[in-house]
Write a protein that binds this ligand. Structure first.
Ligand code: SF4
Ligand code: FES
Length: 239
């Protein structure tokens, strides 16, 4: 079967352009396999990232027919058009062709302190089902940045924390073993935090693991508002 690819090309100093390829692909082939055939048989200069080829390393996220997807997870047959259009993830600087600089995504991730701050002297702690449900979901995140790129607030601005970092920050904020609650609350409720989510829901469609990060934003908002009201009640002696 011959498949047509239209691929975004960029090289520093040479600008960008679109390049078409006609690629011989097997039935059931993924978009990544198509790119590998291009590179092996037609054009060794094409640059893209991949590693696991099984939807777990997150490195092959790119824009396929206008939607952030994993190239290794996306079957050519599932795409409807006569030509597959492949471009780098939006909202992140392009290094070459389909390879983007992930630093803005990692910077946002580091800002939510993605580690537990140990509580000293703490005794046994119970993790509730609600917390363990959040944790379980978060552990499936493969850090592919598709949600970050898809989000109209995160992509390009690089100040808003973005869906995945808010999800991780929320998990740690809930974790009873963590001692950085107040610091985390400030980060998550600050100007770049959860109130920056305008409910575009783009992260739901983008996530290859169906994690729906926006759900966590909604939960986090409810928690922060609830905490504010309990503080007010206490202040007015109604608690
Ligand atoms: S939440 Fe989903 S889309 Fe976002 S980084 Fe994790 S796996 Fe990728
Ligand atoms: S190559 Fe690892 S997720 Fe696609």
């Amino acid at each position: 079967m011959v498949t047509e690819f239209r691929v975004f090309r960029y090289s520093p100093g040479r600008g960008n352009r679109w390049q078409e390829y006609r690629v011989e692909t097997r039935a059931g082939a993924s978009v990544l396999e198509g790119l590998q055939t291009i590179r092996a048989d037609l054009d060794p200069t094409l640059a893209y990232r991949f590693a696991c080829r099984s939807s777990v390393c997150g490195s092959c996220a790119m824009l396929i027919d206008g939607q952030p997807r994993l190239a290794c997870q996306t079957r050519i047959q599932q795409l409807k058009g006569s030509c597959i259009v492949v471009a780098p993830l939006p909202g992140l600087p392009v290094i070459k062709d389909l390879v983007v600089d992930m630093e803005p995504f990692w910077t946002a991730y580091r800002r939510v302190m993605p580690w537990l701050v140990e509580k000293t002297g703490a005794k046994d702690m119970t993790i509730t089902k609600a917390v363990s449900d959040v944790m379980e979901k978060f552990y499936s995140c493969i850090l592919c940045a598709a949600c970050f790129a898809a989000c109209p607030e995160a992509g390009g601005k690089h100040t808003y924390l973005g869906p995945m970092s808010l999800m991780e920050g929320y998990r740690l904020y809930l974790d009873p073993r963590d001692a950085a609650g107040e610091e985390r609350r400030k980060i998550l409720s600050g100007p770049d935090g959860v109130w920056g989510c305008h409910g575009a829901f783009a992260c739901i469609d983008a996530c290859p693991w169906d994690l729906a990060p926006v759900e966590f934003s909604a939960q986090l908002r409810l928690k922060l508002v609830g905490e504010k009201f309990s503080w007010l009640k206490k202040a007015f002696g109604q608690a």
